[in-house]
Design a protein around this ligand. Structure first.
Ligand code: NCD
Length: 332
């Protein structure tokens, strides 16, 4: 079965797609954060900044274009952010927000669904509970496919959101000490961001988690291969004074095999004003959201808390991505 192939294989967006022998051109997709080179990210950030400066210049850019959002897993921010981005570009949106309301409930495969969607839409955004599902969709698609999260694997557009936020708020993407805290094992936003930030010079990562939720070995191997500096600790308070960025994450309940482990680990880290006492004055506190207990509400009024601003940046960088992928599609 295609869905059981090596799901960690890097996706080559320029490779000829193999699903349709009559494919006239190969679409470019965003499936894996490996494709977010510093050059590509910089290009999208430039476009996003232009959109913020002059949204009306872009309000007709996607007229007559349709985006399909295929969400097999719950989402608030990501789906609405994509939909709002497409509407802001003058385009239209179709799709489903739960697999129970799609033909997946009748047993349809991702491969078949994407072939159907190809007849209805110009670009597709997919979130799926299975690692590798977005790549399967891309392999069977003639229209650009964007991975909006595949199981505990990757979430490259959250990474674009995070990079845009960091670049705007810290004025650089290099020479930063970044603390990732919480569920580093199942947190797909962490997997994509740590990998992408290792493409920039001088970044250092402090991986803060309980033993059971450490970053997967294959990601640490990749960091080592790239000669990225990182260390692991369970102690958030001790790491705090060193951090330029603190990336808090939710313990991913839906990826646990048993409830007991989740209950034991879920409140390991709760960021509050007390824990921030030794933090830098210009620390940036990020969180992909949704938050459960890991950041106390009292932190929200701290000027270093950027997680709601992050949501806003997400819409603009997704607009830039949609524009870029559709322009490549048009150029083929
Ligand atoms: C994240 C996700 O879905 O992985 N949320 C998001 O897209 N903003 C993080 C999470 O669910 O914890």
């Amino acid at each position: 079965m295609r869905e059981n192939q090596n799901l960690n294989a890097p996706h080559n967006p320029s490779a000829k797609q193999n699903a349709h022998s009559n494919t006239a051109h190969a679409p470019t997709h965003l499936i894996d954060s490996k494709n977010l080179t510093p050059e590509y990210t910089a290009k999208l950030i430039e476009t996003a900044k232009r959109i913020i400066q002059s949204p009306s210049d872009f309000s007709d850019s996607c007229r007559q274009k349709i985006m399909a959002t295929l969400f097999y897993e719950p989402s608030t921010r990501t789906r609405l952010s994509f939909e709002s981005a497409m509407l802001g570009l003058g385009g239209n949106v179709i799709g489903f927000s739960q697999s129970s309301s799609s033909s997946a409930a009748k047993g349809e495969s991702v491969a078949d669904t994407i072939r159907v969607i190809n007849s209805y839409a110009d670009i597709c955004v997919i979130r799926h509970f299975k690692e590798g599902a977005a790549k399967v969709a891309a392999d069977f698609s003639n229209i650009p496919v964007i991975n909006a999260g595949d199981g505990g694997h990757q979430h490259p557009t959250q990474t674009l959101t995070d990079l845009f936020t960091i670049s705007q708020e810290k004025r650089r993407l290099e020479n930063l000490t970044v603390g990732f805290c919480g569920d580093l094992k199942f947190g797909r936003t962490v997997h994509s961001l740590v990998e992408t930030m290792s493409f920039y010079n001088g970044n250092r990562f402090i991986l803060i988690s309980p033993d059971e939720l450490k970053l997967p070995e294959h990601i640490k191997d990749d960091l080592t291969k790239r000669a990225s500096r990182f260390c692991e600790t369970a102690d958030l308070t001790a790491a705090m004074p060193e951090l330029d960025i603190l990336y808090m994450t939710r313990v991913q309940k839906e990826r646990f095999f048993n409830e007991e482990d989740y209950v034991r680990l879920k409140d390991t880290y709760i960021l509050d004003n007390q824990k921030l006492q030794n933090a830098k004055r210009d620390l940036a506190i990020l969180h992909p959201l949704p938050r459960v207990n890991e950041i106390a509400a009292e932190v929200d009024s701290d000027s270093r808390a950027l997680y709601f601003k992050q949501v806003e940046y997400g819409r603009y960088i997704r607009m830039a991505l949609i524009l870029d992928l559709l322009s490549k599609q048009g150029a083929n």
